[in-house]
Write a protein that binds this ligand. Structure first.
Ligand SMILES: *[C@@H]1O[C@H](CO)[C@@H](O)[C@H](O)[C@H]1NC(C)=O
Ligand SMILES: *[C@@H]1O[C@H](CO)[C@@H](O)[C@H](O)[C@H]1NC(C)=O
Ligand SMILES: *[C@@H]1O[C@H](CO)[C@@H](O)[C@H](O)[C@H]1NC(C)=O
Ligand SMILES: *[C@@H]1O[C@H](CO)[C@@H](O)[C@H](O)[C@H]1NC(C)=O
Ligand SMILES: *[C@@H]1O[C@H](CO)[C@@H](O)[C@H](O)[C@H]1NC(C)=O
Ligand SMILES: *[C@@H]1O[C@H](CO)[C@@H](O)[C@H](O)[C@H]1NC(C)=O
Ligand SMILES: *[C@@H]1O[C@H](CO)[C@@H](O)[C@H](O)[C@H]1NC(C)=O
Length: 342
């Protein structure tokens, strides 16, 4: 090369320089791309200022290729207008639609009054989301600071934060739950402005919400585990997830029939549902604390905060190995990334 000598180049060596320049740029890009392999929390997703990088529209672009009829046109949460001025006729009953539950939904939505995303999130140009699963792999992960850096931190069910901050962070933008998985001390485990998002599986779930918000007579009937009968949450922080996302999770990610739910009992977990929801909201979707031990391993605990094993899932309507396949497909297509080993 003659850069050092500064000799005048023949016209054809200009082309050589150009080709070398292109090759050089290309290999830098390749090296950068390879660095971006999904891996343990590493520099690939943390920008120089220590924040998580955001690429607007990234998830949407990839999801359009992978999920049939993917659209972001559906509102995240149910709103009173869905049932009031014009009655939406849903094709399915809960958990996949609102058919038959319209009246009770209307009453609850009249209590919560808010159906939107908080302005602090709505106004962001690019949404970086992390879905924090409840998996054992979060234990001793020291991921708390990494998790706290995302714009939207989604948590599931009664996963605790208090005393686990170092591993799971202390920021909760929204928590997806159902009555049996609701926290008995929601104020200890959430921030004052965390959205509490009810995932309605059945009509009694909506009745429970109405009863606790309105201080009415509660009933334990219709629940497989006693939900909190006193649940101290501000109504304006409560949302009801649009069952559309449950429908998409079942029919598109798991490919299970939603038309005859009694015959096909398999239902999505809140975890896979939250990932699907994030795919319809966010520009970046990372997951942490997902994955179960081998189905033959009945000693390994499955959560970061309690000593239960896979045996406890045996009688549920969930199929964790089937869900693992769905999550793996999303990871392989790089629609989502894992912060902990999946
Ligand atoms: C996608 O939308 C088309 C047109 O509405 C419909 O015919 C088709 O069944 C949908 N496919 C799936 C998998 O939902
Ligand atoms: C209700 O109908 C409106 C208008 O057709 C639609 O945008 C909205 O997604 C529907 N809501 C539900 C919960 O299906
Ligand atoms: C976490 O760290 C504690 C204290 O060092 C240790 O006793 C425990 O075995 C660790 N647990 C896991 C799952 O790594
Ligand atoms: C999380 O903890 C840090 C350090 O204790 C504190 O400064 C911050 O306000 C907490 N964040 C939330 C959302 O509670
Ligand atoms: C989904 O299930 C249907 C019927 O059970 C089957 O025909 C189809 O191939 C499946 N699709 C995928 C992507 O698994
Ligand atoms: C769970 O899913 C796996 C993988 O799709 C399948 O082989 C298995 O039969 C399913 N188990 C049940 C109980 O349906
Ligand atoms: C998840 O991350 C681990 C590193 O923590 C990596 O080895 C693994 O390949 C990733 N899993 C998937 C399915 O991408």
């Amino acid at each position: 090369m003659d850069f050092a000598t500064g000799r005048k180049k023949a016209p054809q060596s200009k082309w050589k320089v150009l080709v070398l320049f292109i090759l050089g740029t290309f290999s830098v890009a390749v090296v950068w791309y390879l660095r971006a392999e999904p891996y343990m929390p590493g520099p690939y997703m943390i920008a120089e200022d220590d924040s998580v990088m955001c690429s607007q529209g990234d998830v949407e672009k990839k999801a359009l290729l992978m999920i049939e009829n993917y659209t972001r046109n559906h509102p995240a949460f149910l709103q009173m207008s869905d049932f009031f001025w014009e009655k939406n006729l849903s094709a399915y009953q809960l958990p996949y639609g609102t058919q038959g539950s319209e009246e009770i939904l209307l009453k609850v939505l009249a209590l919560t009054m808010r159906y939107d995303m908080p302005d602090s999130i709505q106004n962001l140009p690019c949404w970086r989301c992390v879905v924090v699963g409840n998996g054992h792999r979060l234990k001793n992960s020291s991921l708390g600071d990494v998790i706290n850096k995302y714009d939207i931190v989604m948590r599931l069910n009664n996963a605790p934060v208090h005393k686990y901050e170092h591993d799971v962070g202390n920021k909760t933008t929204m928590r997806l739950f159902y009555p049996e998985s609701a926290d008995f001390d929601p104020n200890l485990q959430n921030n004052p402005d965390s959205l509490m998002v009810l995932v309605p599986f059945k009509t009694p779930d909506v009745q429970w919400l109405k009863a606790v918000l309105n201080n009415e007579k509660r009933s334990r009937k219709g629940f497989w585990k006693s939900p909190p009968l006193i649940w101290d949450v501000k109504p304006e922080n409560v949302r009801i997830l649009n069952p559309y996302f449950m429908e998409v999770t079942a029919s598109k990610l798991l490919n299970v029939s939603i038309k005859s739910p009694r015959k096909h009992k398999e239902k999505p977990t809140t975890g896979l549902l939250a990932i699907t929801f994030a795919l319809h909201l966010c520009d970046v979707v990372h997951i942490a604390g997902f994955g179960y031990p081998e189905t033959t391993n009945n000693k390994q605990t499955i959560h970061y905060y309690e000593q239960i094993t896979l045996k406890s899932m045996a009688d549920s309507d969930h199929n964790v190995s089937h869900e693992a396949q769905a999550i793996r497909r999303l990871l392989e297509a790089r629609i989502i990334r894992n912060l902990t080993h999946f």
